[in-house]
Write a protein that binds this ligand. Structure first.
Ligand SMILES: [Zn+2]
Length: 433
């Protein structure tokens, strides 16, 4: 009995240990293998309105997008999704990070819409933590997210880090999440105050939900999720690899290294000038350019600088046309902005006034008219000199002719008078004899 009992006892101990191990390991393994925990943080809320412009309020936009992202993500298998808050409430940034920590989140996605001080900037950007594996995870995810944006036509402002003066992440949500060991990315979908981005939200709620579905797709790709409902499988999706940086990844605070410009052609008829510009930033890339016609006092709205190969590789030069105002001296200055919104200016180029062709034509027309009038006047003087003279002599003959007639008449009277006297004296002489 004892001999039989002993192996059985050992076996039951082995089973018990196996069971205990299973009980401890299974949830960990299950989570590691199957369940992804995603926390979505709708930026702002309560008294913190976020950006406001022309009737749009950021906290309302982020909530619509966040709810749509959650709804879409829940269509995937093996994922649990939470919102940090679902109502319009004040929630500290730290509490949002702690919320993610409590749920042992695999990632926190913080959703925002952007606005710039001068309403001049446009495009999408993703902010990531500046250190270690959190940088690497954030950057890998952000590349997928950014492609979603650029595929629909949004302009990439890049994937970036930003530090405060203590060399910590500037954005609280990135700072606190890193402290709590939660990977995190802050998504600025687009600018709610710029005409370039307007087509992506101006139709209202449905477009904001579309952003949420796009965010969900990016997250699903990052985590290799699949959805029977959506009939998509991202389990083999090639997530871009990012090396874990040894040091803090710092933003580029120096201005572009090169910003040069020359005017290559001026069309005198239209006032259109062709400008060839060169710009380079060794630390990042060139994002926007603009120009000034008044020596740098006022600049045009920033425009896209070509980046044909990748969002973080800009072209060395760009040729564009500008319209010069007619009849005015112009001092042209070009500006180039790097991926971190630091601008450099070119040396000024003076351009002589381009004469207004419409004014020139009008002046020429008036000069021709004047010349024609002069010529006509001279012609008339030549042609009408004699008749004019006749007319003048005719005027004089008006009184000369009757005067002459008068004189002749008087002469005739005198002649008649003397003849009459001569005849009468002749007749008297005849009577005396
Ligand atoms: Zn915001």
């Amino acid at each position: 009995m004892k001999q039989l009992f002993f192996p059985f006892k050992r076996f039951s101990i082995f089973l018990a240990v196996l069971f205990l191990l299973g009980a401890v390991l299974f949830p960990i393994m299950a989570k590691a293998d199957h369940t992804v925990v995603i926390v979505i943080d709708p930026g702002h809320g309560g008294k913190n309105l976020g950006a406001q412009y022309e009737g749009l309020t950021e906290k309302e936009m982020t909530m619509i997008t966040a709810k749509a992202m959650k709804e879409e993500l829940e269509k995937y298998e093996g994922v649990v999704v939470y919102l940090t808050h679902e109502g319009d409430e004040n929630m500290s940034i730290k509490d949002r990070a702690l919320f993610a920590k409590e749920r042992d989140a695999d990632f926190l996605f913080c959703l925002h819409y952007n606005m710039s001080e001068q309403h001049t900037l446009f495009g999408s950007e993703v902010w990531v933590p500046a250190q270690g594996e959190y940088y690497a995870k954030g950057f890998s995810f952000a590349q997928i997210q950014m492609k979603e944006f650029t595929d629909i036509g949004l302009y990439s402002r890049g994937i970036k880090t930003r530090l405060n003066d203590r060399d910590e992440d500037y954005y609280g949500i990135l700072r606190y999440c890193t402290q709590e060991s939660i990977p995190c990315a802050l998504i600025e979908h687009c600018h709610l105050d710029h005409p370039n981005d307007k087509p992506f939200y101006q139709q209202g709620e449905e477009q904001l939900k579309e952003f949420g579905r796009m965010d969900a797709t990016a997250a699903a790709k990052y985590f290799g999720l699949k959805s029977y409902e959506l009939d998509v499988d991202y389990s083999g999706f090639p997530v871009p690899e990012t090396k874990v940086p040894a040091d803090i990844v710092r933003p580029d605070k120096t201005e572009p290294d090169l910003c040069r410009m020359e005017v290559t052609k001026i069309d005198e008829e239209t006032g259109q000038a062709t400008v060839r510009m060169e710009a380079l930033d060794k630390d990042s890339y060139i994002l926007y350019y603009n120009y000034s016609l008044d020596g740098g006092n006022t600049f045009t709205m920033p425009e896209e600088w070509p980046r044909p190969d990748a969002w973080n590789q800009s072209a060395r030069e760009h040729t564009f046309t500008i319209i010069l105002p007619f009849d005015q001296p112009v001092t042209l200055v070009a500006g180039a902005c790097n991926g971190y919104d630091v601008w450099a200016q070119s040396s000024p180029v003076s351009i002589e006034p381009v004469p207004d062709p419409a004014r020139l034509r009008e002046e020429e027309r008036l000069a021709q008219e004047k010349a024609l009038r002069e010529a006509q006047k001279q012609y008339q003087e030549i042609t009408y000199e004699d008749p004019a003279g006749q007319e003048e002599s005719n005027g004089k003959s008006n009184w000369i002719f009757p005067a002459l007639l008068g004189v002749i008449f008087l002469c005739m009277i005198f002649v008649s008078f003397f003849m009459a006297r001569a005849i009468s004296s002749l007749l008297k002489g005849n009577k005396k004899r």
